[in-house]
Design a protein around this ligand. Structure first.
Ligand code: ATP
Length: 149
């Protein structure tokens, strides 16, 4: 059966480079995008959100991507992201501090770059959502329960 290869590249590093993937779910600007093997060639824009890697018989592998581009060609998916992290790399305290900073800026009366503060808010909220879900899943696995999504 056909499989996908996936590369996630940021300005700083090659974060992920693997083959044998069954599906990639990505945060497209007009909604969640599901890529399966034999997908038509595609180039699209991503928004800040969760990208998930699916492999048969395994729990989804979550990533945060801050936006960028996704290309599909010949069962190869390439993601060029401004920044990205694996779910287990997300520092929840840092994301919470970024959220509080962005909220202060958006509340302040002085001249602030609102679009920039809003983008920072969106990144932090997505990181918090992905990081918390992952922490909950790990806690339930430690407790012997089946992984929750
Ligand atoms: P901060 O204000 O905390 O830097 P930010 O949204 O401005 O947040 P980015 O510009 O998106 O940060 O990312 C800068 C670098 O820091 C990237 O390498 C990114 O992967 C990393 N990074 C940002 N926030 C986190 C986090 N909460 N956990 C882990 N890595 C993070």
């Amino acid at each position: 059966m056909a499989k996908l290869s996936l590369e996630i590249i940021t300005g700083e590093r090659v974060l992920f480079e693997e083959t044998g993937i069954d599906a990639v779910i990505a945060p497209g600007v007009i909604g969640e995008l599901g890529i399966l093997p034999n997908h038509a060639p595609l180039v699209t824009v991503l928004q800040p959100g969760e990208l998930r890697v699916q492999r048969e018989g395994n729990a989804d592998e979550p990533f945060f991507v801050s936006g960028g581009f996704l290309e599909v060609h010949d069962d190869t998916v390439t993601v060029l992201a401004d920044t990205a992290e694996r779910g287990d790399e997300i520092d929840l305290e840092r994301a919470e501090a970024a959220r509080a900073r962005a909220a202060d800026r958006l509340r302040s009366e002085v001249d602030v770059d609102r679009a920039r503060a809003q983008a920072a808010m969106q990144r932090s909220l997505m990181r918090i959502r992905i990081g918390e879900r992952r922490a909950r899943r790990r806690a339930s696995q430690r407790g012997g329960d089946p992984p929750s999504r």
